[in-house]
Design a protein around this ligand. Sequence first.
Ligand SMILES: Nc1ncnc2c1ncn2[C@@H]1O[C@H](COP(=O)(O)OP(=O)(O)OP(=O)(O)O)[C@@H](O)[C@H]1O
Length: 372
Amino acid sequence: MQGILRIESASKSFQAPEGGVIRALDNVSLTVAHNEFLTLLGPSGCGKTTLLRAVSGFEDLDGGEIYIDGQPVSDQPAHKRPVNTVFQRYALFPHLSVQRNVAYSLEVRGVAKAEIRQRVGSMLELVGLAGMGARKIGQLSGGQQQRVALARSLVARPKILLLDEPLSALDKNLRHKMQQELKTLQHELGISFIFVTHDQEEALVMSDRIAVLNGGNIQQLDAPEELYRRPANEFVARFIGESNLLDATVVSVAGTRCDVVLTDGTVIRDCPVNGLKRGDPAKVLIRPENLLADLGQSGSDERAGHEISGTVSESFFAGTDYRLVLSCQGLPPVRASLRAGPGTSHHTIGEQTSLFVPHDAVHLIPGNGVPA
Ligand SMILES: Nc1ncnc2c1ncn2[C@@H]1O[C@H](COP(=O)(O)OP(=O)(O)OP(=O)(O)O)[C@@H](O)[C@H]1O
């Protein structure tokens, strides 16, 4: 893929003030497609902001190269790159009107007044602020300020818009609304967005693809559904969504399927093999919502699956689902989220129960299982 942005083997280390070296970016490579919404997701300190700053030109790399539209940009200063950034703190000019804030970058470039008026007007309309051009920044709500910041970054028509946690200062409802608006805006504009967040739900909802980072490395780069259903490793499985991760060993392989045995001796048959061989250790990933009170719920013709039995140690009603924790002999506590609808009911603490795992709900992650 040629892409609008290509990052090749980017490395960046910092001298830690308290001594030692921090590898903020450790040989990171990725390509962002034209018109793609790509999210950098990861825990605090994983290198997200450093990567954004390297793309925008505010941080020099120690090694590697960045290409925008096929051109290497390492020698280009920040203001020459066809990239703009929306920051968490919007960095708007409080003493200027909305109109002047948005017009600023065009004025600096010497764009003609009539064109500025036209471009700022259509940008304010696009972000839902038509008619508010004369207001001062302090006369706007947080969400409106965020829209001004967006309009200001977009008015110069960058090829790539970088967004560094732009929604984190907003309350939950407004945040959800802005998530939808940003996604719609990106589609309408047809430019690539690179969005930084440490909020996994936000990443899942908004992105075409997500790069999960940890310790300066990309752990996995995939579409949200693929990341969620088939995480490449334990870090990604734990970081995205809730997970039950059970130690296992592969006991037999037949083509693309295999059987594994759990630490309590339970055999789970017919799992997707995921490159594993007989005797390999693995983690069995089962998402809580994939456990069923009754296999009939799976909607699958083939009622195949297996049972996990134990004692209910936690149980509560959470509106759309019942959440429970099952204590099972020889296994870590198993979390389940059972859809609250006709036919499901509250489980009592102390009750013995069985939950079912449909075959297609199991994903195997290589490594760290029970020694063969
Ligand atoms: N100028 C600097 N000097 C020293 N260390 C730095 C500097 N900038 C970043 N770091 C370190 O590099 C690592 C990556 O930082 P970065 O800001 O990219 O993380 P992040 O993923 O954006 O984190 P957060 O989600 O908290 O913003 C961190 O360990 C950070 O402390």
